[in-house]
Design a protein. Structure first.
Length: 342
């Protein structure tokens, strides 16, 4: 089987390629240039070490349009984006997958910590958490569909990060121990500095929960729900951002307890099986990557879903994703539109 492995220059994709070679795959290394061409240097070094053919694909224009444009536009309208989710669905498992298929690859593989299973009786693929829950990346993959999952391999899904480093060291893969990818690949430093050159910032009012003006903000893109630092407000108790009203260019601030809500609405919903399951549906859900799973019920509503949690969730944030799980299986998810009163 000819398998394209997306080499990022890091340990995870390198070990994924190694494992596939050991199991008899004909491996083609593929590296995309999405922002900084320097990433190719490490990937080229790893491909030479492994002795595999390596292609570099320039996707900067597509990445600029689909990911960076989305990132900036989302902040511009007072929401908080997740660019990795966007990149996975549109770039890595979209444009780059298509390139691999054009090169004669039967499958593609990455270093994600997640698992894919196939139900032959139903003819359906399912996405599952990686066994190493501390590194599980299934949250970022909930927008994948059946056609994509049919072409994807995740060789690290059954491994821990420690096992991956051990394999890299045993085989002498030229990677410095402890190197990890930065959180947002196209940003070094503070994301606000990145936005300052790319989005329109209009100062506006900060109001309390009663509509009283208590301060000024320097532009909605610099703020997010749950933020405390940088408000410049003197108050008797700590104040947090509880909402951003983009239509009026206002920020609402309040005490921490006002950050907790039991429900949310979400749109642009994707279910991995390809069709919406019967709703209401009991699930476990998380409202951001690092949030814990929480019991919830998903209800239908026009143009999306309503999600009601058993326990209040802190800082439900417009623009982030809510992802639904059943045990270790990812059912799907959607883009949060707003927090709701239960």
């Amino acid at each position: 089987m000819r398998t394209g492995v997306f080499l990022s220059g890091g340990v995870d994709s390198a070990v994924a390629a190694l494992l596939l070679m050991q199991s008899g795959h004909e491996v083609l290394g593929i590296t995309m240039v999405n922002w900084n061409p320097d990433i190719t240097h490490k990937a080229v070094q790893i491909a030479k070490f492994l002795g595999i053919t390596h292609h570099v694909v320039d996707l900067r224009s597509r990445f600029q349009e689909e990911v960076i444009g989305y990132f900036c536009d989302t902040y511009q309208r007072g929401a908080t984006p997740n660019p990795c989710i966007r990149c996975n669905s549109v770039i890595k498992f979209g444009a780059l997958l298509q390139y691999a298929l054009e090169q004669g690859c039967d499958k593609i593989a990455t270093g994600h910590y997640a698992r894919i299973k196939y139900d032959a009786a139903a003819g359906l693929y399912s996405l599952h958490q990686g066994l190493d829950r501390s590194k599980d990346q299934s949250y970022f993959l909930y927008r994948l569909n059946q056609a994509q999952l049919a072409r994807i391999l995740f060789p690290l899904g059954e491994l821990s990060k420690q096992e991956v480093w051990r394999l890299a060291e045993e085989h002498g893969i030229p990677i410095i121990k402890g190197q990890e990818s930065q959180e947002i690949c196209f940003i070094e430093g503070d994301y606000r500095d990145f936005l300052a050159e790319r989005v329109h910032n209009e100062p506006g009012e900060i109001q309390d929960l009663h509509g009283n003006v208590i301060g000024r903000h320097r532009g909605l893109p610099y703020y997010t729900v749950g933020q405390r630092r940088g408000l410049g407000i003197a108050a008797a108790q700590p104040l947090y951002i509880v909402d951003l009203i983009s239509e009026q260019n206002r920020i609402i601030a309040g005490p921490e307890e006002k950050l907790y809500q039991r429900a949310l609405s979400a749109g642009d919903v994707n279910f991995i099986r390809g069709e919406r399951p019967p709703l209401p549906l009991e699930v476990e859900a998380k409202i951001r990557y690092r949030a814990p799973l929480s019991k919830a019920v998903v209800y239908p509503q026009q143009d999306g879903v309503r999600v009601e949690f058993a326990e209040p969730q802190r800082a439900i944030t417009k623009g982030q994703s809510v992802v639904f799980y059943c045990q270790d299986q990812v059912l799907g998810g959607g883009i949060i539109e707003k927090g709701l009163k239960s």
